[in-house]
Ligand binder design. Structure first.
Ligand SMILES: [Zn+2]
Ligand SMILES: [Zn+2]
Length: 148
């Protein structure tokens, strides 16, 4: 599993190796979607993926995007974001929690490594942590509206 602080290799190299390992053909469509998740911590919905690739590959259809995402998920490159009511994908990284803004729907990663797990749950095989609230930029906006 890739560590977050490790320096990322060039996209071309990583993509080629990934396709070689998975037995995928190196298509432009796969490469564009692979690149969207590469080198960052993004949480992307299918709509966001569609809109960011519509210029580079206008012929790419939604079914193909779903198929590629499914392939990437099976290969362990990406996974579904574990936030109730949210349909987004993220690159597979170390275990972390999420903060979901109730105003704008933005999702951010939260480091949960220092959170104490109650003793009774120590044997739990999987833990999903979601924090809900208003993100800093939304709360700032609210403050500005109140002020004027
Ligand atoms: Zn927000
Ligand atoms: Zn995340």
């Amino acid at each position: 599993m890739p560590m977050m602080n490790k320096k990322e290799r060039p996209l071309d190299e990583a993509f080629s190796e990934f396709c070689g390992r998975a037995g995928f053909r190196r298509t432009l469509q796969r490469k564009i979607i692979y690149g969207l998740f590469y080198g960052g911590r993004k949480h992307l919905s299918v709509e966001e993926i569609m809109s960011s690739i519509s210029q580079k590959a206008p012929e790419l259809r939604e079914e193909s995007v779903y198929r590629i995402l499914g392939d990437f998920e099976r290969e362990g490159y990406i996974r579904k974001v574990e936030v109730p009511g949210v349909k987004k994908y993220e690159r597979t990284t170390e275990k972390h929690g999420h903060f979901l803004c109730s105003k704008c729907g933005k999702i951010s990663d939260v480091d949960i490594s220092s959170i104490a797990i109650p003793k009774i749950l120590e044997e739990a095989s999987d833990i999903t942590v979601t924090f809900n609230g208003v993100c800093p930029s939304c709360s700032k906006r609210r403050y500005q509206i109140r002020k004027s």
